[in-house]
Structure formats: structure tokens, C-alpha cells
Design a binder for this molecule. Structure first.
Ligand code: MN
Length: 402
């Protein structure tokens, strides 16, 4: 079996997008992650698209009724540069950055008046938002995710939502047959090892190398991938710890970023049925680092500007980082951005204080930004370390929806 490598698959898909997908005969399967376009979203979509194609090639009846399978990075091209960990992973796998397919490139390649030509697979989210949602919200045919279930697309097949550490684990386990090493196989191909290396990256990052948030599914997926990567070698070629450390170092390399970039880098936004909008930024650097680098006035001003740009009613800035003394830490900053948001944010805060175990900063934390009733902005240490944006978003949205 001489299948396409993952690099060749992506280059082919990118070429199809470049030459245009407007032909009426073209039936497209679009596989997209969420709008944070983190490693998990990037990898889940590429992996699902590639394995859908690769496993169809293997079967005798070519039963996949698509002319093109497109893995999509759900951000405009210009935002790719805000993801140093993606840059690192692509370089390590020798995938040209120009081969990844971004949202703006895809949308200008298709005839947006013929949306019935596009079937959609959602990975790493279960609600297709913004312009993609407007265009293809009725075309979701499959979904695999690990966020709170919004009970949409009941006919999607498969429809797998499970609270695993990384959505990529769900994709790996869904395609377990592809990774299974048959007893007569002496060593798997380098092509397949690269697929496993790709899949391993987000799982290690999302579970801190299986030390946090890892479920049995994540552990099973990692065991599967490692056995593929190590097959036929003495085991010294790939080092899991080194891989994890290199990915995390890349992910934290944001020293050259502007504050505006830090705010928009890992950002998600929700528009509720009543027209209220909340945005949540997540940062790999502490609030203290951010305030020290840019100043509290500048931070407040940039939050203000961002809220206006995005028409927000509430804004949340979350961080997670390693404190040299206290270990793993989280902080939470919450800002009211409109009159409508005011009472709702306050109700959220009442609930969040216990739910997220919020505590005021102490002198030694050195965070030179003060909660201010007048400015309607508050910040805390978040002692509930398990609550990431996956938990914080549904909590604040519940009050925004009222
Ligand atoms: Mn994810």
C-alpha cells in the first residue's frame, strides 16, 4: 500500500483550494476545528481529514463521495503567526506553513451560494459559529468533541462528545484500525510514523504529558501512537518528554507579541440568543507578567478597545502558568463592557467566587492591577485549577443568556 503521506495529502488539498473549488460538480468534505485554532483543533481536523481519505483508499469500494477533503484552520491566514507552537510542529513534520488551509482562503475558493456542495465535520467544537455557521450550519454530518454538549446536530454520524483531555484522542481512537500494527508487520512506514507524531503533539500539550486531565482514552491514544512511532526502532529515536517540552517552549514563546496579539491569540466568543456577547481570552503567561510588561493602564485600554471592536458585553482574561513558588496557577480577570452586561457579569461573579474559588491577590503576588468597582473590572487568583475555559465559558454564558 503506497498511500499519500500526510504532507502530500495536505499539499494536494491546498492545491485544490488554490485552483478554486467553484465547479458545480465538486462535492467537498470540510473538516474544521474551533476558532481558537490551537494545536488540538489543527491536528484533529488534519488527522480526521487525512484518515478519512487514507482509509477510503484502502477499501476496495471507494465509498467516500467527495472530490475534495479539506482540513480547515478556522482563522484567517494573518493569525497563523500568533501560534508559535503550530509553527514549531509544522517545521518538525516538514509541512510548509503555506500548505495549511485557512478560513479566508477556503471561503474565497468556493461558491458561497452553493452551500449544499459542502458537508462539514466538526472536531474540537460542537457548534459551528460565525460566518461558517451562517453558511454551513445545516450541513454538519459528523462531530467529535470534548466541550460541553450544546445538543446540536442530532443526526451527525458519528456524534461523539466525551470529556477527554484532547479531542485528538477521540480521532485517534475512532481510527484505531489505521494505527493497529499487524503481527506480520516488521516496521511501520515513516509516513505512518509522521501521522502518529502529529497526533501525539496536542495530546501531550493538552494533558501536560499525561500528568493532568488525561483520561483513559488519552492514555490509550498515546500508547497506540507511541507503539507506532517506536515500531522497528530501538526506541531512542523519538523522546516523548523532549517532544512535549519543545512544544510547550514554543507555545510560551510570546515575548515579542503585542498586547493586542496576546488578547486575540487564543480567543473564543459567544453570541447568545438575546444578542449578548461574551469573549474569553486565554494566555500562557501570567496576569502579573502581562501587567508588568505592558502596564495596567495599557491593559485596561486594550481590553476596552477589544470590547468595542468585538461589540462585547463581557470580557474575561484567563491565564494558566507555572509559578516558581506555588506551582501550577490560574488567574481570572473579568470586565463589564456594556450596561446590559453589568448585572449579568455581577451575577456570574457571585457564582464564580465559590465555583472557581476566587481569592484576592496578596502583596507578594505582585499584580499591579486593582479590582475596581468604578471601572467594572475585577481580578483574582483562581484556586479551582481544574476550571479551564471549558468550564468557565458555560458558567458565564448561563448568566449572559438570562
Ligand atoms: Mn480541544
Amino acid at each position: 500500500m503506497a498511500g499519500k503521506s500526510i504532507q502530500q495529502f495536505l499539499a494536494t488539498a491546498r492545491a485544490a483550494v488554490r485552483s478554486g473549488l467553484k465547479s458545480t460538480a465538486t462535492k467537498i468534505l470540510l473538516v474544521t476545528g474551533n476558532e481558537s485554532a490551537d494545536l488540538d483543533s489543527f491536528t484533529s481536523s488534519l488527522l480526521f481529514a487525512y484518515l478519512t481519505d487514507a482509509t477510503a483508499d484502502c477499501s476496495r469500494d471507494k465509498s467516500i463521495p467527495y472530490d475534495s477533503i479539506i482540513p480547515l484552520v478556522n482563522i484567517p491566514r494573518e493569525e497563523v503567526s500568533l501560534r508559535p507552537e503550530l509553527h514549531y510542529l509544522l517545521a518538525r513534520l516538514k509541512i510548509p506553513e503555506s500548505d495549511v488551509i485557512c478560513k479566508d482562503e477556503f471561503l474565497s475558493s468556493i461558491d458561497t451560494s452553493k452551500t449544499d456542495k459542502v458537508d462539514v465535520v466538526l472536531v474540537d467544537h460542537n457548534h459551528l459559529l460565525s460566518d461558517l455557521g451562517d453558511l454551513f450550519g445545516n450541513n454538519v454530518v459528523a462531530l467529535l468533541d470534548h466541550h460541553a454538549d450544546e445538543s446540536l446536530y442530532p443526526s451527525a454520524k458519528p456524534r461523539i462528545i466525551a470529556p477527554v483531555g484532547s479531542c485528538t484522542s477521540l480521532v485517534v481512537n475512532y481510527f484505531a484500525d489505521y494505527f493497529r500494527i499487524s503481527p506480520d508487520e516488521f516496521s511501520v512506514s515513516e509516513e505512518k510514523k509522521d501521522v502518529a507524531r502529529l497526533a501525539l503533539a496536542p495530546i501531550l500539550v493538552d494533558t501536560a504529558n499525561l500528568t493532568s486531565k488525561a483520561t483513559q482514552e488519552d492514555k490509550d491514544a498515546v500508547a497506540t501512537l507511541i507503539s507506532v512511532i517506536k515500531s522497528g526502532t530501538a526506541g531512542a529515536v523519538d523522546n516523548q518528554e523532549e517532544y512535549y517540552t519543545a512544544l510547550m517552549t514554543a507555545k510560551r514563546s510570546i515575548d515579542s507579541f503585542s498586547l493586542h496579539d496576546i488578547i486575540r491569540k487564543d480567543y473564543k466568543e459567544w453570541l447568545e440568543g438575546n444578542g449578548l456577547r461574551v469573549g474569553i481570552s486565554s494566555s500562557v503567561k501570567s496576569l502579573a507578567w502581562t501587567v508588568q510588561k505592558f502596564g495596567s493602564d495599557r491593559l485596561k485600554k486594550d481590553i476596552d478597545m477589544w470590547a468595542k471592536e468585538r461589540k462585547l458585553d463581557a470580557f474575561v482574561f484567563m491565564d494558566s502558568f507555572q509559578d516558581p513558588e506555588e506551582g501550577y496557577r490560574r488567574d481570572l480577570l473579568v470586565a463589564v463592557c456594556s450596561e446590559k452586561g453589568n448585572s449579568r457579569v455581577r451575577k456570574f461573579l457571585d457564582a464564580a467566587k465559590t465555583e472557581l474559588k476566587l481569592e484576592p491577590f496578596s502583596e507578594k503576588d505582585g499584580v499591579a492591577i486593582q479590582s475596581s468597582e468604578e471601572e467594572r473590572l475585577w481580578c483574582w487568583k483562581q484556586k479551582n485549577l481544574k476550571a479551564s475555559r471549558k468550564q468557565v465559558a458555560p458558567l458565564i454564558r448561563q448568566f449572559m443568556q438570562e
